[in-house]
Ligand binder design. Sequence first.
Ligand SMILES: C[S@@+](CC[C@H](N)C(=O)[O-])C[C@H]1O[C@@H](n2cnc3c(N)ncnc32)[C@H](O)[C@@H]1O
Length: 480
Amino acid sequence: MIRRGRAEGWLREPIHRFPTWATFNGIKSNGVSIGPLPRFEHRGSTIIADRELEGAKGGPLLLVPRELIVSRQNIDVVAKSDQHLREVLHALGDFGRTTRGAVLIFLLMQATLCCPDIKDIGVHNPLTEYIKFLPDELLPTFWSEEERDLLTGTTLQPAVRAKLNSLLREFEAVRVATAGISWCAKYWWDEDDGLLAFDDWLRLDAMYRSRALEFPNVGDAMVPGIDMANHASGDATAALYDTDESGNGVLVLRDGKEIREGGEVTITYGDEKGACENIFSYGFIEDGMSSAQIMLLDINIPHDDPLRPAKLYVNTTAPGFRVFEKEGGIQWESDFVWLVVVNEEDGLDFKVKQTVDGNKEIQSFWKEQELNDTLKLRGLLKEDPLWEVFQLRAVVLMQNRVDEQIETLRAVGRPERTDTVREGPWKLAAQLCALELDLLHGARSALESEKATLLETETVQRYLGLVEDGDEDVEEADFT
Ligand SMILES: C[S@@+](CC[C@H](N)C(=O)[O-])C[C@H]1O[C@@H](n2cnc3c(N)ncnc32)[C@H](O)[C@@H]1O
């Protein structure tokens, strides 16, 4: 439906009409306009200074009335007077009460309202027109299979695969939940001429994901006008977004910032987001980005680990680790790795407990102490006399995983671009491969030096039997 609306024009408005819509609906701009920036048209529209701007003087650059904010609370308000929106949100149960669920359905209702084939459904509101100004972002969920294959060995590949699966599940859940509503059955889901397809859900997700920002006291929301600001990190960020005391959305120039007439007023989408997340959520990597910044690598519990099923059952943490740049070095972080590297002989134990309702539950213990959350394991291991040994096992495990990822990326190399691959995805995939390979090499060295330091500790030396230690038994250790 959305693709058709874009092609036929009933779901598309040129951005030069945005100021008329904005003024009519009470958005106040002060020294800025919205449109493409000459020479940077590939970044879509952006906020441009109409005159020289200086510091936070002279009030907000944009003020967006709070009723125009696409937030969960406001959607609830609109739903009070829109029976069709209310019906769908209600049918979706918990998902309809999440911000993401409510916003996607709200956007879908606006597209439905605009569709000339659908009559008497929904209530027009100022935001019905807003969706027409939103461009189609080429996020990786729209890359072809061949384009997605270029991501082999990057952390974006599993992320996109998982996202597509979860989008498909969401779409199916929406279909099943609303198929019993007569107008949804007729206009959205009819086997012959129902208008909705999975592509619509992908488009709604992309609108939300690439434009939602977190606002104080509001949460994640799309704020028309402010969501036209492009991203620049660090000192290059020109403005900050916020809500004022009345709950309106505001865009304010950063203290000390000066923007010349015709210059771009950027915000930050989150400086801590790495290359992978930037492509995933926004479909670009910032010019001049010289590091992937952060990577998430999965780890498996070996199949020959007798405790594997119990470990998987009790695990409450993300099954992997993060490597990231910090203070000029590379660090790692994981709550999961500790569960992988300890075993029964170290003190990890599981017991089956019968619950009051007759069900069975697995409880985990570290040296008789119950671990009601595996997040606590690291803290307990830290107090253990063998802490350095456990750290060494974790470091070796992660180093092996990093090596494996380096090998996959190397094997993929830099494939030639074929006629069926678009330039954008091809360039982004190549940039990401290079940045992630670089970070992996850095992570490898950082883990290597951590390993060397741990190997020098007395605990490890004693554990490995490398120091004389009276009559104590020395166990053979295998860190491979
Ligand atoms: C919140 S929207 C910003 C407005 C958008 N440019 C438009 O035309 O509506 C985010 C999208 O803008 C584009 N974008 C933002 N900052 C960018 C940058 N620094 N370089 C390239 N594209 C950028 C990306 O396509 C991103 O998904």
